[in-house]
Design a protein around this ligand. Structure first.
Ligand SMILES: *[C@@H]1O[C@H](CO)[C@@H](O)[C@H](O)[C@H]1NC(C)=O
Ligand SMILES: *[C@@H]1O[C@H](CO)[C@@H](O)[C@H](O)[C@H]1NC(C)=O
Ligand SMILES: *[C@@H]1O[C@H](CO)[C@@H](O)[C@H](O)[C@H]1NC(C)=O
Length: 515
C-alpha cells in the first residue's frame, strides 16, 4: 500500500506539472448515467484539467470540485437518468435474454441520450460557437457523438469503461475473427467449441447487418438533425476516430491483436486507501470471524433482483458465521437476518481495503472487479447483466472467484461458495498474483490518457497511424476475390485437362480404327 501512495504522490507532482504555453481546449462528452462508467471518466477530465488544459465536460456525474478551476461541467443527469430508468437498462441487459435483443435496445436508449445532450441549450451554445483542440467521447455502442468531430473539425478519441463491442473493434481496424473473439455480451473467448463459433459467427454477421442497414442510418439522421445536413456520413466519421481508450487489460480479457491507436486502460478509478467512517469501521472490526461484503454495484440494484434470489441470499447469509455488510438501496429489508448490516451506500474501495473483510460477493461489474483485484479480496460472483457474465467466467478461470448462476442456484451452493472462498487461502493468493500481473505495466491508465490526448493534439489527429484494416473492403479482407480467381483457375485447368484427355482418347480410337 505504501507503494500505491508513493505512486500517487509521484502522480500529483510529476504528471500534473503544467505544459507551459501548450494548454489546449478539450471537450469531453460522457453520456451514460451510471456510477461505474463515470468512475472511469471522472479521472480523465480531472487529470486533463489539472495539466492546465481547459476542459469542458458534458456529464451526468459532475465532479463539482471548485478547486478544479480549469474544468467546466454541464450536468445532464436529470434528463439522462429519466431515460435509462424508463428504458429499464438493468432489465433488458439481463444475462438470460438473447444477445441480439440487447443491441437494438441500447441503441434506442442512446438515440434519446443524443437528443437530450445535443439539444441541451447550454451545450448547444458551446458546440455551435466554440473551438476545441480535442474531443473525448464515451463510446458504448452508439457512434452519434463522433459527428461532433466533423462538425467542429477536431480530432476525437473514443473512450469506454469496458472493452469495445464488435462495432468499435471493426471501426478501429482491429482484426475481429468471430472464431476467437465473440461479442462481450456473448462471453466466448479464446477456445470456442463448434456451437460457440457458429453462434459467434451468426451474431457477428447479424450485428454487422444491423448496424449497416438500421442503426447507422438512424444515428446519422440524428447527428444531422442537430449538427447540420452537410456532414459526411457517420460511418466514415467513425473510421476517422483518432484513438480508442478501452478497458481491456489483456490479462483479464483474452489477449487480442490491436491496431496502435487502441489503448488499453485499467484501474482508472482506484483511489488511495482511506479510513472507514466510524460506524462502519466499528461494525467491521467487531466481527470476530470476519466480514463478507455484498454489493451488486450501481446498475443492478439488490432491491430489484428476483425475490427468489434475494430470499436465498438471506437464508444463506443467516447460516454463516460472518457478519454481512450489504449495500441495499432501501431503509428496510424485510426478514433481514441478525448478522446482516445494510447501508444504502458504502465506500466500497475502503471497505474492501479493510483487513477484516474476507470475501466480496459481487455482480462482477468491471469496476467492482478492479477494486477487488486492487484490494486483493477474493470473490463470489453472481453476474446479472452486460459483460458481467464474461468477467465472472474469466475470474473463475484465474481461481480468484466462485461463479454462481443465479438462475438455478440453491441456498447450499451460495453458503458453501462463500465459506470456501473465505476459508481456503488459495483464492486470496491467486488474487495477489492476478493483481501483480495486471498492474505490472509501463504506464498507469491515467498517464496513458494524458500522453495520448496530448499526442493527438500535437499532431492534429493520428492519421499517420491509420491501419489499412480500417479502409479495406470486406471482400478483399476475406480474400474472396483472390480465392474466387484461384478457384476459377482450378476449374479452368480441370476443364482443360479433361478436354485434352478427351482429345487424346478420340485420337487413339481414331488411330486404332485406322490400323
Ligand atoms: C489552469 O490552467 C492554467 C493555464 O493553463 C494554468 O496556468 C493553471 O495552473 C491551471 N490551474 C489549475 C488549478 O489546474
Ligand atoms: C477524415 O480525416 C481526413 C484527414 O483529417 C479528412 O480529410 C477527411 O475529410 C475526414 N473524413 C471524414 C468522413 O470525416
Ligand atoms: C446450474 O446450471 C449450470 C449449467 O447450466 C451448472 O453447471 C450448475 O452446476 C447448476 N447449478 C446448480 C446449483 O444446480
Amino acid at each position: 500500500m505504501q507503494y500505491k501512495s508513493f505512486i500517487f504522490l509521484l502522480l500529483s507532482i510529476e504528471l500534473y506539472v503544467l505544459p507551459g504555453n501548450n494548454a489546449a481546449r478539450i471537450l469531453c462528452i460522457f453520456q451514460m448515467p451510471a456510477v461505474s462508467h463515470q468512475a472511469t471518466f471522472k479521472p480523465i477530465s480531472r487529470a486533463l484539467s489539472l495539466r492546465g488544459h481547459e476542459v469542458i465536460a458534458v456529464t451526468p456525474h459532475p465532479i463539482n470540485d471548485p478547486t478544479l478551476v480549469n474544468l467546466t461541467e454541464i450536468d445532464t443527469s436529470r434528463a439522462t437518468y429519466e431515460i435509462i430508468l424508463r428504458h429499464g437498462f438493468e432489465f433488458f441487459m439481463s444475462k438470460e435474454l438473447p444477445v441480439q435483443s440487447k443491441i437494438p435496445k441500447i441503441f434506442a436508449m442512446y438515440y434519446e441520450f443524443a437528443h437530450v445532450i445535443l439539444g441541451n441549450e447550454q451545450f448547444k451554445k458551446i458546440y455551435q460557437e466554440q473551438h476545441f483542440d480535442l474531443i473525448i467521447s464515451q463510446i458504448y455502442i452508439s457512434p452519434i457523438m463522433f459527428a461532433l468531430s466533423a462538425k467542429l473539425n477536431t480530432p476525437i478519441i473514443g473512450v469506454s469503461s469496458m472493452g469495445g463491442w464488435s462495432g468499435t473493434h471493426v471501426a478501429a481496424g482491429n482484426p475481429n475473427p468471430p472464431a476467437l473473439y465473440s461479442e462481450m455480451f456473448l462471453h466466448y473467448n479464446g477456445d470456442l467449441t463448434f456451437y460457440e463459433r457458429l453462434k459467434s459467427t451468426l451474431y457477428f454477421l447479424w450485428s454487422r447487418f444491423y448496424i449497416y442497414f438500421i442503426a447507422m442510418p438512424k444515428c446519422d439522421a440524428i447527428a444531422r438533425k442537430f449538427l447540420g445536413p452537410d456532414l459526411p456520413y457517420l460511418a466514415d466519421i467513425e473510421r476517422n476516430v483518432s484513438a480508442y481508450f478501452l478497458n481491456i487489460n489483456p490479462i483479464l480479457y483474452t489477449p487480442r491483436p490491436m491496431v496502435p491507436t487502441v489503448v488499453p486502460l485499467s484501474f482508472m478509478h482506484i483511489q488511495p486507501k482511506k479510513d472507514l467512517p466510524e460506524d462502519i469501521k466499528q461494525e467491521v472490526e467487531s466481527s470476530k470471524n470476519g466480514v463478507i461484503y455484498f454489493s451488486l454495484g450501481s446498475n443492478v440494484k439488490s432491491i430489484n433482483i428476483p425475490q427468489r434470489v434475494r430470499n436465498l441470499l438471506m437464508e444463506a447469509f443467516s447460516e454463516l458465521p460472518y457478519k454481512i455488510l450489504w449495500k441495499f438501496e432501501n431503509e428496510e429489508l424485510p426478514g433481514k437476518p441478525a448478522n446482516v448490516i445494510i447501508r444504502k451506500w458504502l465506500p466500497q474501495q475502503d471497505v474492501l481495503a479493510h483487513s477484516n473483510v474476507k470475501v466480496f460477493v459481487s455482480q462482477c461489474g468491471l469496476q467492482s472487479t478492479e477494486e477487488a483485484i486492487d484490494r486483493e479480496i477474493p470473490m463470489v460472483g453472481i453476474p446479472f447483466i452486460a459483460d458481467q457474465e464474461m468477467n465472472g467466467i474469466r475470474l473463475a478461470k484465474w481461481g480468484v472467484l466462485k461463479y454462481i448462476d443465479y438462475l438455478n442456484t440453491t441456498k447450499e451452493e451460495l453458503k458453501n461458495a462463500i465459506i470456501e472462498v473465505a476459508e481456503n487461502p488459495i483464492y486470496r493468493e491467486n488474487m495477489k498474483k492476478l493483481k501483480k500481473l495486471m498492474q505490472d505495466e509501463p504506464m498507469t491508465g491515467i498517464e496513458k490518457v494524458i500522453w495520448w490526448a496530448e499526442y493527438t493534439i500535437r499532431h492534429k489527429g493520428t492519421r499517420h497511424l491509420r491501419s489499412p484494416t480500417v479502409d479495406i473492403e470486406w471482400y478483399k479482407y476475406f480474400l474472396l476475390d483472390v480465392f474466387g480467381i484461384l478457384i476459377l483457375g482450378v476449374i479452368c485447368l480441370g476443364m482443360l485437362v479433361r478436354m485434352l484427355i478427351k482429345c487424346y482418347i478420340k485420337d487413339k480410337k481414331g488411330k486404332v480404327k485406322k490400323s
